[in-house]
Design a protein around this ligand. Sequence first.
Ligand code: ATP
Length: 447
Amino acid sequence: MTSKVKTSRYLRGQALVVIESLLLLLVVGIFLTTRYLQMMIPDVILIVCIFAITVVGTCSVTFWSMRNHISKGWRFALRHYKLCLSVRRALLDAAYYVPRQFFGTAVAQLPKIKLTFTDNYQRGMLLVENRVKYAQRLDTAQLSSALRRYVVERSYLSDDENYYCFELFDSRLERRLEFRSLDELLSYNAQVGDLELFIDKFTVIPLHHTLIVGQTGSGKTYGVYSFLLQMLIKPVQYQLYLADPKGSSLSILGDMIAPDCTAEDVDDIVALLREFNDVMDKRKADLKAKLATKLEASYSDFGFNPYVFIFDEYASFQSVVQAMDKKHRDEVNKLISQIVLQGRQLGFFLFIVMQKSDSTSLPTMIRDNLPLKIVLGNAEQQTYVTAFGTGVEIPSRDFRKGEGVYTFPGIANTPKLCAFSYLNFDINAAFRAKRGLCNNPRSSKGA
Ligand SMILES: Nc1ncnc2c1ncn2[C@@H]1O[C@H](COP(=O)(O)OP(=O)(O)OP(=O)(O)O)[C@@H](O)[C@H]1O
């Protein structure tokens, strides 16, 4: 449920107070005038009138302003008001104002601020006016203490460059989902589209090429479990290919859910990549015939299923490939590039999981064409730079396992927080239960 509290409501309340004061002034004026004209109205009647107007006026003003507060939650209205006040104070302290003269007195003209909340006040958006005259850059650090329990998740300039936008979230908020059974995951997944994957309470991403980076133990493979389970329980059948050069948990899982499409050995992985490309080429021919009827369509518009190739420990695979002769190296690079460059419209996606995404392990061209980039755990600055590029601001937090930041065009153009779900049930049993839903792609190519 979304609700908003706007500053204008307070202004309305203040206007009523002004009206009441004017009324009082009027009555006092009448009192003084009658005294002046020596009219024979007893003082006691006038005093009672003034008293009555004051009581009735105060009660109605209080009721009127409370009416707004009650309907939107007066506690939150108060919080909103206090927050606006402390942000203004912080702007003043940060000297983010324009000095002006007001009837000979030096005053500070603060920029306009707008504060709105969503998701039951768990998230918010603070807009601070950016006029050319505020030449100084507004920094997140300048506001963080003023925001009390709220933390800046992302900050950027609005498209028209008139406002600094600060996306806030309640620091006490647990964005991570916890599922105690597969059924719970199933019912949550029902709210998400067939070709979308969720990460946490606030993050749903369209299926696309993905890069997951993070130090050992940061929760990469666990995150892949979460994605895989979602894919397996969707009404649309996902065709899964799994490559795990380390032969660890993902390959064990692969043997359970897609044994014919799981590989550990580098040669087998290359063969799997070839096969994936062959199926993709067939899909290309099928789709071409259909696109004649609808030019801007993609695989899902014609009822084709998505194919997903999940690559764990990609760097370890690349280190072996680099030692191969040039012909083999070129072939592998071509296979990977083709998936990344042509896969989206055809419905063929690559998920790459690795500890660091530097260009020696992952060519820049491939990395740049993986729209969903996730960095988990407390990574080194260089890891963020290689994943997201230079000059991006990473929200400063102590990331727990499965927590991190991600970017996705249009949804998170700069790194945003995310946290993979806690799967508080027997994951192996869940995969075993769902293995029947995963087609063996070898028996249904081009479906
Ligand atoms: N989202 C999460 N919720 C709860 N626990 C998690 C989460 N992610 C990871 N963990 C815990 O952290 C452990 C390590 O995670 P995982 O094996 O996925 O790390 P990794 O980054 O893949 O490590 P490596 O690179 O060594 O394979 C998991 O076994 C699990 O207990």
